[in-house]
Design a protein around this ligand. Sequence first.
Ligand SMILES: [Zn+2]
Length: 488
Amino acid sequence: MTTPLAVGRQIRHLRTAAGLTLEHLGAQVGAAPSQLSLIENGKREPRLGLLQAIAQALGVEVAALLSAEPPSRRDELEIALAEAQRGPLYRELGLPEVRTSRRLPLEVLEALVGLHGELARRASEASATPEEARRANTRLRNEMRAVDNHLPDVERAAAEVLEPVGYRGGPLTHRMVEAIVERLGFTLHHARDLPSSARSVTDLENRRIYLPPASIPGGHGLRSLALQAIAHRVLGHAQPATYLDFLRQRLEITYFAAACLMPERTAVELLSEAKKNRDLAIEDFRDAFGVTHESAAHRFTNLATSHLGIRCHFARVTRGGTLLKGYENDGVAFPQDVTGAIEGQTVCRHWTSRAVFDVDDLVGEFHCYTDTVTGTYWCSAQTGSGADGDFSITIGVPYVESRWFRGRETTNRSVSRCPDPTCCKQPDPRLARRWSDAAWPSAKVHTHIFGALPSGRFPGVDDAEVYAFLDAHAPRTPPPERAPQSAP
Ligand SMILES: [Zn+2]
């Protein structure tokens, strides 16, 4: 796109090259010199007729005046500076506009344009659009899938910090975490007024790590937070240059914390023994290391393929069926959007991740075999609740691998035909006939940036759920027009 200033600079360049003053050119094209000056400075856009007259007077085609190529480096910089100063980023700063006169030294121009470019780059990074965020997430997930969710370098880094503090097995104590932090020259501090947007803050100068108050002793949350904070130093992270870098670093620090809390060597010993006894269970793994079910299940995916030769999948799903986090290298078909993102998609109603919410009196894990379009899987799910509502944590494996797990003898079976829309996404035809004209739901406002809206007749509302709800709650007396005639 050619801006008025770019056109003006072409005209000025060609005019001075032809040895014409503004007065000379003005006389030839029938325009006042002041008007031409405004045009040359990009303050006014010339009409096509005037542009043609100017081109003719300068002996060039109109196209040459509209050329995107600035006549000189100086013109290029002046155009870039004028555009940057006109943009919202610079205006927000409330700083004065620098006039691009010929007296402005070239190196000042270069420096200003360079700074504007960097300002724009940083601004675009800090606010990755939801779509960029989705693409970066997808790319990272594919990278991790390619390495079976296993990062040997991070495993090694974790083993190296554990060795000198005398870790021998079992849960990593808070005291050992403190010792790890101290050996790296840092101290832990609990602060009540931690910024609400930060999980921890590190003071690099005074080598202090600030964490939230230790309100619930014994939880693994604080150990994990301290390990994550120290992980940036241990893994030699620099300030992330892109959103993808940011995500990768976050993945690495979480991985590092998990590799400290469930160290590779002892975890693999325990899991291998359980596999040998055909008694693998996430709940045992969890209890052996004193971590949450989710941490244990996710950590299992780091070690399952690389050390036990078992392909698997992991999912964290809300009661409503939204996939919050997923990993697979066993071919299970997570629902995806057009960018390939799975976060925020709705998983099949017949998957164990959702079926587990319908189980009454669930003690421990729920086991189930599910036939899907990509094969039969054995899954084990556990429910929990957090600040953002109820969720389920599922670990699943292909049918043949179920033989290593406790719960393989389950008689629970389910069939998922998704992505066939008649599986669970479309309303029951009988209910649709009855309710499609009588249902008027009001959608919830979705605030989650990854939240994909279920598409139905009302955006954001699942028709099938609405119809089933109405059907269950409708008064049992038939509608008036179809009321049976009472006997005379
Ligand atoms: Zn389905």
